[in-house]
Design a protein around this ligand. Structure first.
Ligand SMILES: *Cc1c(COP(=O)(O)O)cnc(C)c1O
Length: 394
């Protein structure tokens, strides 16, 4: 038997221990499987972790972002600036409300929103006319409304450049929604990701830094919006509403007790798991130095703590990324392109008339990037195994 095939390195892996299992079992031995004490405790733990006035556990990062869009008062036709280099849901939540995502290209080093372009976009959109239209999609579904918000993504666990973004947003009265779904506990100039917007959202899908299975959480310091979002996640029941009374059009975006118990158990080991992830990234950084065709991730000095979410390398333009990926997979190294540009996803390109070439930095990152296997439980031997696969495949 071929020994090398026995221990395939997984693309990602949650870190679940006996304590986690017991925490979930404990809930299953009660009659409270939803809307019980674990949600409160999990929210309390996130409040303490982030120093936020409110934390609202929800069924996913996506549903959390959607509630922020609703709380920000974004309606049909409103403009929301965001980036096409992200996971799809940061744009989808804008579309859920029939608002219009206005894409701004990203910084080539980090994949985060390019601050200079954002400033220009805000100025031009507020000026209107020709200046504005160069930022808008070719096909506008109806009349463009007002620019209301910026949905900024902290890509791969690195916060965006908030010292540049925040003042210009404030100057123009734009709400910042911070998608920190990949950046739990990252810091920008020593301040926590998720705290730069009016709302911040973290996500707990199994490949994230900590997991609840499915799940997410919103943080905010705004009392009124927190109460509104709390109502929306719970079928639109406002505080004081009886069980079958619904003040608003709401959703069932609640997290269940088993998930909250798992999150609560995981969050106790958060620092440890983040350190493990940083260690794996360090190994990769070191072992990959021998490959001149591979560029390792860039962490800016302003990122005082990187919260490693994925490990994405960039290949030299001379390397055929897709062919390389196929060979790696044949060599038992799972890899994935990261991200496929949002403006080129079929339903978005079709609705808004986007074409290849519209966001060149996003497209270049999408074409040459490759996520390697990564998790907090990866060993140095597994990192070496991946690098051996790379050696064979290049
Ligand atoms: C993970 C993630 C989300 C949320 O994903 P869910 O699967 O809905 O929890 C949102 N935005 C980004 C950038 C993400 O990486």
């Amino acid at each position: 038997m071929d020994n090398s095939k026995k221990n395939n390195v997984p693309m990602s892996s949650p870190e679940i221990n006996e304590e986690d299992r017991q925490a979930v079992m404990e809930v299953l031995n009660t009659t409270h499987l939803s809307m019980g004490p674990k949600i409160d405790q999990f929210e309390q733990a996130v409040k303490e972790l982030t120093g936020s006035r409110h934390a609202l556990a929800v069924s996913s990062g996506t549903t959390g972002l959607h509630l922020c869009i609703r709380a920000a008062g974004i309606e049909q036709g409103d403009l929301v600036i965001t980036t096409p280099f992200s996971f799809i849901s940061s744009t989808n939540v804008i579309l859920f409300e029939k608002a219009i995502p206005v894409f701004v290209d990203v910084d080539p080093l980090t994949g985060n929103i390019a601050a200079d372009q954002l400033k220009q976009a805000i100025r031009d959109l507020n000026r209107g006319g020709k200046d504005a239209s160069r930022w808008l999609p070719r096909n506008l579904p109806g009349k463009a409304g007002r620019l209301k918000a910026v949905l900024s993504v902290d890509v791969f666990g690195q916060p965006a450049d908030y010292d540049s973004l925040s003042p210009v947003c404030e100057e123009h009265g734009l709400t910042i929604i911070e998608d920190s779904c990949e950046a739990l506990c990252a810091t920008y100039k020593s301040k926590l990701a998720g705290k730069f917007g009016k709302y911040g959202v973290f996500a707990f899908y199994p490949n994230k830094q900590i997991t609840t299975g499915e799940g997410g959480i919103i943080i905010t310091d705004d009392d009124e919006d927190a109460a509104f979002m709390q109502a929306l996640r719970n079928q639109g029941r406002a505080p004081g509403d009886a069980w079958l009374q619904h003040t608003y059009l709401g959703y069932n975006y609640r997290l269940d007790e088993m998930s909250a118990a798992l999150g609560l158990s995981q969050i106790k080991r958060l620092d440890h798991m983040l350190d493990s992830r940083a260690q794996v990234a360090d190994w990769y950084n070191r072992y990959l130095q021998e490959f001149p065709m591979i560029e390792t991730p860039h962490v800016l000095p302003s990122t005082t703590r990187m919260s490693w979410f994925v490990y994405v390398i960039r290949l030299d333009k001379a390397v055929d990324r897709d062919e390389f990926a196929r060979r790696l997979i044949a060599n038992d190294v799972p890899v994935r392109p990261y991200f496929l540009p949002i403006h080129l996803q079929p339903y978005i390109a079709e609705q808004f008339g986007y074409r290849k070439g519209d966001y060149p930095v996003t497209e270049a990152l999408g074409e040459h990037g490759l996520a390697l296997p990564f998790s907090s439980v990866m060993s140095e031997a597994q990192v070496e195994q991946v690098c051996e696969g790379i050696r064979k495949s290049l």
